[in-house]
Design a protein around this ligand. Structure first.
Ligand code: IPE
Length: 279
């Protein structure tokens, strides 16, 4: 089925299509400055999400943490789990991170609502145990028909039922579980904050070119800043997108500062971004 034909059937309610959109922490916050949020970028994405809902898609929104999570998590090694030598500081950092994530989540929800999208927040701390793609938790809570509220979730500090006691669940791992377990997932997009997609070299360098199509067999590329990121940066995203590409047709990395590119994907126009394919 080609995309235009599919789109006409989606808008007429004859074909179910699910779209999962991740607003990366680097898109919605300044990753280097504690709790510095880019509201205009969030608002621009919300307007496009509202259009996708109007097209008849069943949308799921996941967002990252950026500077609302990584800085404090790094400082107290929250992703390394319980450490008796600093446990008091770790528990107080967990409180802070969760409060900060709630604040970021409210900003995203508020923006979506202002764009006309009714939504429903599902914070992982309330329903997830464990980290990585094998966490336990019912992802079917995200399965909604297009006329219901859009479920929204995010990377969070979650419980773990072993000696590590707690850890960080990345929004990218949430994406994998939701995209590979729910039916009808057609579109899965990772919105980046500083590049047009996967690049052949570090962002901002002239020789770095956009990779238009990528499969895992091509190997990992690019650089990431481990001084800030506790969950794995672009390499984790690429690995997660590759897993998703085995079950969803349209898996993309695009520049979240140009959110209308999401509509280009949907309408089958040419897209500036990286399409992730299985392999
Ligand atoms: C990280 O989530 C969650 C915390 C650090 C609390 P993500 O891995 O989804 O966040 P980004 O997109 O890299 O910021």
């Amino acid at each position: 089925m080609n995309l235009r034909y599919m789109l006409s059937r989606i808008t007429r309610g004859q074909f179910m299509a699910r779209g999962i959109i991740k607003l990366g922490g680097g898109l919605i916050t300044d990753k280097t400055r504690y709790k510095e949020v880019f509201r205009e970028r969030i608002d621009a994405v919300s307007v496009v999400i509202s259009k996708i809902v109007d097209l008849g898609y069943s949308v799921i929104v996941i967002h990252g943490a950026g500077s609302f999570g990584h800085l404090e998590a790094k400082k107290w090694d929250i992703s390394g789990g319980y450490n008796p030598a600093i446990s008091e500081d770790q528990y107080s950092a967990i409180e802070t991170i969760r409060t900060d994530m709630d604040e970021l989540n409210s900003i995203v929800l508020d923006s979506l609502v202002r764009a006309g999208v009714s939504c429903d927040s599902l914070p992982p701390r309330d329903w997830v145990n464990g980290v990585g793609t094998s966490f336990s938790g019912d992802v079917f809570a995200f399965e909604r028909s297009p006329d219901l509220a859009v479920p929204v979730s995010f990377g969070d500090v979650v419980k773990i039922n072993d000696e590590s006691r707690f850890g960080i669940l990345s929004g990218d791992h949430l994406m994998v579980r939701i995209a590979t377990e729910l039916p009808d997932v057609l579109l899965c997009a990772f919105l980046l904050g500083d590049t047009a997609g996967l690049m052949s070299g570090p962002p901002g360098i002239d020789e770095s070119k956009l990779i238009e199509e990528w499969s895992e067999s091509q190997g990992f590329i690019g650089e990431q800043d481990n001084r800030i990121d506790v969950t794995g940066g672009i390499h984790l995203k690429a690995r997660c997108a590759s897993l998703i590409s085995r079950s969803a047709k349209q898996v993309w990395f695009i520049d979240g500062r140009e959110p209308s590119r999401l509509l280009d994907i949907i309408s089958g126009d040419s897209v500036i971004g990286t399409r992730i394919v299985p392999g």
